[in-house]
Design a protein around this ligand. Sequence first.
Ligand code: CMP
Length: 181
Amino acid sequence: MNRSSNIIDCKSNCFLTLLLNILTINFIHLQPLFKVTYKLYKMSNITFTMIKPDAVRNGHIGAILNKMNEGGFKIVAMKYTRLSKEKAGEFYEVHKERPFYGELVDFMSSGPIVAAVLQKDNAVEDFRTLIGATNPAEAAEGTIRALYATSIGENAVHGADSDENALREANFHFSGTEMFM
Ligand code: CMP
């Protein structure tokens, strides 16, 4: 091989090595971004729910979880817990100006709840259909609220009303390591 072809080989090898290094470095740097994007993509299929103190007191946890399973929802996080008044107030902060806010906070901190993150395509909308209208008197037959709620204030379950709120509410109750998507 003559000298000039050696120089060309060296140049193309150097170029390939440089390109490979750039791609590797960029990939390493972009990896966390890929992970976050993938997690957010998966999270658009989640909703957040609570089985409220009335339904827990009345022994409806099992029946309500069964309705969720039958509705095609997969439980990806769940805990049996009790909200302090402060935490309940924080969770429902968007309703702070509403006349029922105080009553809502007292009720939601009055006993244990079951908090859960559920996964399914179109999770937020489908779950709201499964639970029925906020006021059980207006909830469609067979929905969770029609079956287990007693009043608009004590309405057995909560369901997030948007993808954005589902994420916020899931993160309010669970850390990343407690959710299994
Ligand atoms: P939830 O889906 O958890 O979101 C807000 C809650 O406020 C709602 O369910 C009801 O329990 C409660 N709520 C809404 N309207 C009223 C009302 N008019 N009186 C008492 N509580 C209410």
